[in-house]
Design a binder for this molecule. Structure first.
Ligand code: ADP
Ligand code: ZN
Length: 519
C-alpha cells in the first residue's frame, strides 16, 4: 500500500505501518468525515488525528483536559519536526499571543487547547479567522456526568459543530461502556458518525484473584514468582503505600513509594528509577500510572480493591505492553468492600452518584467472586464479548470447584435475621459456630435458634459463605452500621427454599493448586 498518509507515518513518525483501525480512521478524517474512536490506552489514538491534521489544510485543534500530558505531546511532536503548540493556563500572556498569531498565520499543524480555553469568546473568534483542519476531542468520556472525569465544559463542545459544520470531528476515548458511548455520541452531536473500535483484550496478561488472608505475606509470595522484574503494587492509601514499600524493602526487594503526598522531586526521582531500572517495584496509589510508557512492566498487583472493573482494567493494562507474558494479581477481602463503601458514603457526592459508585463496587465484587472466565467479565465491561474461555486466567487454568451451599446460605441468612441485622461477619460466624464469648452471652445470642447450628464449617469457610452471599446480592453491607450485614429483597427466596445457592470453594486453597501446576 502506498498513500500520502503512510508516507507521512514513516517519514515523520518513523513507524513502519498503521496499527489496527488507525488507517481507517485517518482515511475517514482526511476525506472530511466525523468519527468516534474507542481504543485502549497505548493503542495509538494520537496518530489518528495527528496524521490527518498534517495532511489536511489548516490546523488540527485538539481539545484535551490534561495539561501535563498536553505539554508532553507537544514536546514530542516538536522533536519530530511537527509544528505543534498548546494553549492553556500554564502559559504567560506573551507566550499565548505568540501561539495565537502562529495559528492565524497558518503556521501550526496542531494546536492543543484546554476545553475552558477553547470555549472563551476570544478563542472562538480567533478560530473564525483561522483555517481549521479538524477538531479532535480527546478523553471524550469527560462529557459523561457519571464518569470519574466529568468536565462540565465538555458538555458545551457541541458548539464546534454548530459553528463550523464543515470541519470534521473526531472524539477519542479509552473508557466507554455502552451507556457512556451513547452519551458521548449524543452530547457531541456525533450520532451519525461511525465508531472505530479496537479490541481491549490483552491476551498476554494473566488475571488472578486471591482471597485476602495475610495480605503482605501473600504479596511477598507473589513477588517471589517475579524476582528481578519491574511491576506496580497498588494500595488505597498513602500510608499503606509507604508501609508496604518499607516492608518489601526490608525483605530485599527494590521497592519505591509513589503517591500525591510525596515531595514532587522525590516522586519524579522514583518514577525515573522505575522507568529506567531493571526490576524496580513501584508501590503506589492510583496517582501513579497515567502517561507512563514502560513496555516491560511484568505485573500489576492490587493489595486493595480498586473502585470499578473499568478502573481495574486500566490499571492492570499497564502490564505487558511489550506483549510478553505479564500478570495481574488482585488480593481482596470483605473488609475492602466495607472500606470502599464507607468512602463512597463519606464522599459528599449526590445520592445518584453514590448509587452509581455502589453499583460499580458490586460489579467488581462480582468479578472477584466469579467462577467463570475473568477475561470475559473484564471485556464485557467494555461492551466486548470474548468467545469462549480465555485459557489465561486463574478460573480457566484451574476451574473452581463449587458446592451446593443452599443450606449453609439459609443458616447464614437466618442468623443475620435472628440477630437483628446489626452485626458483622465475625460475630455472625461466632453465633453459627456456637462460640462461647462474653459478647454472645451479654447479647443473649446463645439463646437464639441459630446458635451453634453451623459447626460443619470452620470459621474461614463461614466467612467465605458470607462474602459470597454479599457478592451474589443476597446480603448487603450496611455502611452506616460499620459493616454489619443485612438481608436484601432477594434473600427471601433463599430462606423460603425457592432458590438454590451454588458456592465456590475457597480461593486460598485453590491458589496452592494453581501454583503447583506451574511448577
Ligand atoms: P493512546 O493515546 O491510545 O494511549 P498513544 O497515541 O500515546 O496511545 O500511543 C502509544 C504508543 O504507541 C506510542 O509510543 C506511539 O508512538 C506508539 N504507536 C502508535 N501507533 C503506532 C504505530 N502505527 N506503529 C508503532 N508504534 C505506534
Ligand atoms: Zn479465562
Amino acid at each position: 500500500m502506498h498513500s500520502p498518509a503512510l508516507d507521512l507515518l514513516r517519514r515523520v513518525f518513523g513507524h513502519a505501518d498503521f496499527r489496527g483501525e488507525q488507517a481507517a480512521v485517518v482515511s475517514q478524517l482526511v476525506a472530511g468525515g466525523d468519527c468516534l474512536v474507542l481504543m485502549p490506552t497505548g493503542a495509538g489514538k494520537s496518530l489518528c488525528y495527528q496524521v490527518p491534521s498534517m495532511l489536511r489544510e489548516g490546523t488540527g485543534i485538539v481539545i484535551s483536559p490534561l495539561i501535563a500530558l498536553m505539554q508532553d505531546q507537544v514536546e514530542a511532536l516538536r522533536q519530530l519536526g511537527v509544528r505543534a503548540a498548546c494553549l492553556n493556563s500554564a502559559l504567560s500572556g506573551e507566550e499565548a499571543s505568540r501561539v495565537e498569531s502562529q495559528l492565524l498565520a497558518g503556521e501550526l499543524d496542531l494546536l492543543y487547547v484546554a476545553p475552558e480555553r477553547l470555549l472563551t469568546d476570544r478563542f472562538l473568534s480567533l478560530l473564525d479567522r483561522s483555517r481549521i483542519a479538524l477538531f479532535a476531542i480527546d478523553e471524550a468520556h469527560c462529557v459523561s456526568q457519571w464518569g470519574h472525569d466529568f468536565r462540565p465544559e465538555y458538555r458545551q463542545l457541541d458548539v464546534l459543530h454548530a459553528r463550523w459544520p464543515a470541519v470534521p470531528r473526531i472524539a477519542l476515548t479509552a473508557t466507554a461502556d455502552h451507556p457512556t458511548r451513547r452519551e458521548i455520541a449524543e452530547r457531541l452531536g456525533l450520532q451519525d458518525a461511525p465508531w472505530f473500535v479496537t479490541s481491549f483484550d490483552r491476551p498476554n496478561i494473566r488475571y488472578r484473584v486471591v482471597l485476602k488472608d495475610d495480605a503482605r505475606r501473600q504479596l511477598l509470595d507473589f513477588l517471589g514468582d517475579h524476582r528481578g522484574q519491574a511491576g506496580i503494587v497498588y494500595c488505597l492509601s498513602r500510608r499503606k503505600v509507604e508501609e508496604t514499600a518499607d516492608y518489601l524493602a526490608s525483605h530485599g526487594i527494590e521497592a519505591l513509594p509513589y503517591h500525591a503526598g510525596l515531595d514532587a522531586g522525590v516522586r519524579a526521582a522514583n518514577q525515573r528509577r522505575f522507568i529506567r531500572g531493571e526490576g524496580v517495584v513501584m508501590v503506589a496509589t492510583i496517582a501513579f500510572g497515567m502517561g507512563i510508557d514502560k513496555p516491560d512492566v511484568r505485573f500489576v498487583a492490587h493489595l486493595d480493591l480498586p473502585k470499578s472493573v473499568e478502573g481495574y482494567y486500566q490499571e492492570t493494562g499497564r502490564a505487558g505492553r511489550d506483549g510478553d507474558p505479564a500478570e495481574a494479581w488482585l488480593c481482596y477481602g470483605l473488609g475492602d468492600v466495607v472500606t470502599l463503601g464507607q468512602m463512597i458514603a463519606q464522599s459528599g457526592a449526590p445520592e445518584e452518584r453514590q448509587w452509581v459508585e455502589r453499583r460499580k463496587l458490586d460489579a467488581l465484587l462480582g468479578y472477584c467472586e466469579s467462577t467463570g472466565c475473568r477475561r470475559q467479565l473484564l471485556l464485557a465491561a467494555f461492551g466486548e464479548q470474548h468467545a469462549g474461555n480465555c485459557g489465561n486466567c486463574d478460573n480457566c487454568l484451574d476451574p473452581p470447584r463449587t458446592w451446593d451451599g443452599t443450606v449453609a446460605a439459609q443458616k447464614a441468612l437466618s442468623c443475620v435475621y435472628r440477630t437483628g441485622q446489626r452485626f458483622g461477619v465475625t460475630h455472625l460466624v461466632d453465633v453459627l459456630r456456637g462460640a462461647d464469648t462474653d459478647r454472645i452471652r451479654q447479647l443473649g445470642h446463645d439463646q437464639l435458634s441459630t446458635y451453634g447450628i453451623g459447626t460443619e464449617l470452620d470459621a474461614r469457610q463461614w466467612k467465605g459463605v458470607f462474602r459470597q452471599l454479599v457478592a451474589l446480592g443476597l446480603l448487603e453491607v450496611d455502611i452506616e452500621g460499620h459493616g454489619s450485614l443485612r438481608l436484601t429483597p432477594d434473600s427471601r427466596a433463599v430462606l423460603r427454599g425457592e432458590r438454590p445457592v451454588s458456592l465456590r470453594e475457597e480461593v486460598v486453597r485453590r491458589r496452592e493448586r494453581v501454583r503447583g501446576r506451574g511448577r
